[in-house]
Ligand binder design. Structure first.
Ligand code: NOJ
Length: 446
């Protein structure tokens, strides 16, 4: 029995589901598409669990109609997906691949025909490999390369697409991709991480400005990953460590965009000033129409002498005797409430949307059915917390489940299943899970 109704969230609330190009499309080299850093990274030994690739993924490239039909069937009014940069610009810059533009036009038009509103993300981690060879996010030129891509997308799709998100989770693609090396392009160290941060912020603000200038009626946002953070104990050292982790995990990208500059309590971040050029203080700001928050869990942080640069470590959820998802993340619904409260405290965020939230659990098909009570409860309990924040006056205006179909979960491959819809990766057959049916009933309420 649900503890809320759809209408409790208000008439204007945006209900949706999110996905991303590289995780779903497959067809990695089809119709002129160029290679992205993820196409390349997935060929490297030992980088992806079980050596899996996304060459076919969910085959959304060919099955987009079937999947958009499912979105409609589930009564989901908004579908967020991303544009693959290398379908549009195979080398990242220069020659445009018309077949790529035609493809996304078909996807957008099909959404609109079905009464599903398309929400576009412009950068969901799949940088053109040709640009990575020139330094990728560490090369300041990336701001111009990205601007070129944003311009083409605005010109090609802006007549029909109202909702735009410039970037997806910059802290993850810079942190995992340029510091830890566990995501594409697999680079490590501060010398890569620090410039990548600054260039990602500049590109995000630049992308926002381009869209704003070209698309007068569009709503322009960007999305951030965020986790509610608590210190392991009330000892001074743990509290200070939690603050440093909070700066890296939650504040690093939103604060420069809001005009507050980079957080100054993490010594390693001070080097970012070395990458500033004249005018950057202004250039890193942009007034987005909405901020997309993507929250899955909370983190407990402990002081650690042995962790370089940050002096803090996460106390793993599996060592804390708490309920876990298949990602090893703690199930902790109040996190999303605290996160909404935290970001609502920034005076110049106009509007918050939850652009991703969801959970991976092991699912089994039995007699053509997937019973997934844990996912259903997770989404229900998270929504209850979103509503609590909203009722306390936070301007939270949307909720998008991650994700529509089970898909390629980056370095984890196909093992974690996040979908409302099960995919059999041998046959590509789709089966709506019980959580999907539950969401359909919730959104079908009049
Ligand atoms: C964040 C990312 O945007 C998405 O690509 C990923 O699959 C989910 N979180 C789950 O990890």
């Amino acid at each position: 029995m649900n503890k809320f109704k759809k209408i409790d969230f208000g008439e204007e609330f945006h209900w949706g589901v999110s996905a991303a190009a590289f995780q779903t499309e497959g067809a990695c080299y089809k119709d002129g598409k160029g290679q992205s850093i993820w196409d390349e990274f997935t060929t490297r030994k030992g980088k992806i669990l079980n050596g899996e690739t996304a060459l076919t993924a969910c085959d959304f490239y060919h099955r987009y109609q079937e999947d958009i039909d499912i979105v409609k069937q589930l009564n989901i009014p908004n579908f967020r997906f991303s544009i693959s940069w290398t379908r549009i610009l195979p080398e990242g810059t220069g020659e445009v691949n018309q077949a790529g533009i035609d493809y996304y036009n078909k996807v957008i038009d099909y959404c609109l025909q079905q009464g599903v509103e398309p929400w576009l993300t412009l950068y969901h981690w799949d940088l053109p490999y040709a640009l990575e060879l020139k330094g990728g996010w560490t090369n300041r030129e990336v701001v111009n390369w990205f601007g070129e891509f944003v311009n083409i997308c605005a010109d090609s799709f802006g007549d029909r697409v109202k909702y735009w998100m410039v970037m997806n989770e910059p802290s993850v693609f810079t942190g995992a991709g340029y510091f830890l090396g566990i995501h594409a392009p697999g680079r490590t160290g501060l010398k890569n991480f620090i410039p990548a941060i600054h260039h990602a912020v500049l590109a995000m603000a630049t992308g926002g400005r381009i869209l704003k200038q070209k698309l007068l009626d569009a709503e322009i946002g960007t999305t951030f990953s965020c986790s509610h953070i608590e210190p392991h104990t009330q000892r001074h050292k743990d509290i200070a460590a939690a603050k440093r982790a909070d700066a890296l995990i939650n504040r690093l990208f939103i604060e420069p965009i809001l005009g507050l500059g980079y957080p100054d309590n993490v010594p390693a971040l001070k080097k970012i000033k070395n990458y500033f050029q004249a005018g950057d203080e202004e250039a890193i700001k942009f007034d987005f129409d909405f901020i997309g928050l993507q929250n899955y869990t909370r983190e407990i942080v402990q002081y650690s002498f042995f962790t370089p640069y940050i002096g803090a470590r996460l106390v793993k959820a599996k060592d804390r005797n708490v309920p876990l998802t298949d990602m090893g993340w703690e199930v902790h619904p109040p996190s999303i409430y605290y996160i909404i409260k935290k970001y609502s405290a920034y005076s110049n965020i106009k509007k918050i949307l939850i652009t991703e939230n969801g959970a991976a659990f092991p699912d089994k098909i039995e007699q053509n059915e997937v019973d997934d009570p844990k996912r259903l409860a997770y989404i229900h309990d998270m929504l209850e917390q979103v509503l609590k924040a909203k009722n306390e006056g936070c301007n939270v205006q949307g909720y998008f489940v991650w994700t529509l179909t089970d898909n390629f979960e980056w370095a984890e491959g196909y093992h974690p299943r996040f979908g409302l819809v099960h995919v059999d990766f041998d046959t590509l057959k789709r089966t709506i899970k019980n959580s999907g049916h539950w969401y359909r009933e919730l959104l079908g309420e009049q």
